[in-house]
Design a protein around this ligand. Structure first.
Ligand SMILES: NC(=O)c1ccc[n+]([C@@H]2O[C@H](COP(=O)([O-])OP(=O)(O)OC[C@H]3O[C@@H](n4cnc5c(N)ncnc54)[C@H](OP(=O)(O)O)[C@@H]3O)[C@@H](O)[C@H]2O)c1
Length: 232
């Protein structure tokens, strides 16, 4: 049994892909009545109701689990709760969604990722880190402005950013598994990230998706075609 810790962008697609391969999968959600949770249940996933801030609910969801796909808003205490629970349950592998995560980053959420990665390493559980650049789905936040004005603004200036479709991150997570809020702070971190992007900090892409999946990564053109309705 694989436990996927949330049903967000990456988590829900990971569950869907695992079920497509008939892999037994359980997904932890806060609200099983949400449409995403209901769709995943229909696809054959077990739904565990819980909260990553409540260790007992994680332990319950962890019962009989051999592998964990750790993807969440990446609050250190919450993801480290999952790591501790996985260690108690003797899980064999953790695949964690992360980002550029230097421990001395000026952006707090990158330092938090570093803290979680360190905790995961210290747990001794074999693991895979999916270190992604920005998800294409972030662009959906601009969709209302684009639909209205056919344009958007950004404080990243001419800084370029590598992008990956969150569905491809999920496909890599599935593959790896099979093979082995504080609003003000968030706003501040976003501003810091844009400022670093303006300086070229985000101008990187990797060949990980094509080399691991044996097919091209989804292009940004494909992404915009798939989500065209949101922008029109
Ligand atoms: N966005 C990017 O550009 C980017 C780039 C690189 C890496 N990443 C990494 O990707 C990860 C985020 O993945 P994502 O984009 O798939 O997430 P997401 O779409 O934002 O979904 C987050 C999910 O977490 C659930 N959740 C929040 N708090 C919870 C709690 N206390 N207990 C249980 N569930 C909780 C939410 O459920 P509800 O429906 O109940 O709210 C939601 O389903 C982070 O580690 C981030 O650093 C993101």
């Amino acid at each position: 049994m694989i436990l996927v810790t949330t049903a967000g962008k990456v988590g829900s697609e990971t569950v869907r892909l695992l079920r497509e391969r008939d892999v037994p999968v359980r997904v932890l959600v806060r609200d099983p009545a949400k449409a995403t949770a209901r769709a995943l249940a229909e696809a054959g996933a077990e739904i565990a109701t819980g909260d990553l801030g409540v260790p007992a609910s994680i332990d319950e969801a962890m019962s009989g689990v051999s592998g964990v796909v750790l993807v969440s808003p990446a609050v250190p205490a919450q993801e480290l709760n999952v790591v501790a629970s996985a260690a108690r349950a003797g899980a064999g592998h953790v695949v964690k969604a992360t980002s550029k995560a230097p421990a001395d980053s000026p952006i707090a959420r990158r330092r938090w990722q570093a803290e979680i990665e360190a905790g995961l390493a210290a747990s001794g559980i074999p693991h895979t880190l999916l270190r992604s650049n920005a998800y294409m789905q972030n662009v959906l936040a601009l969709a209302p402005a684009i639909a209205k004005t056919s344009s958007f603004g950004s404080s990243a200036g001419k800084g370029r950013s590598g992008l990956v479709d969150a569905r491809d991150v999920a496909a890599v997570a599935e593959d790896a598994m099979i093979r082995a809020g504080v609003p003000e702070q968030i706003a501040e971190m976003n501003a810091q990230a844009f400022s670093l992007t303006a300086d070229g900090d985000a101008e990187w892409v990797t060949e990980d998706v094509p080399s691991l999946l044996g097919r091209p990564a989804r292009s940004f053109e494909q992404f915009t075609a798939d989500y065209a309705a949101a922008f029109s």
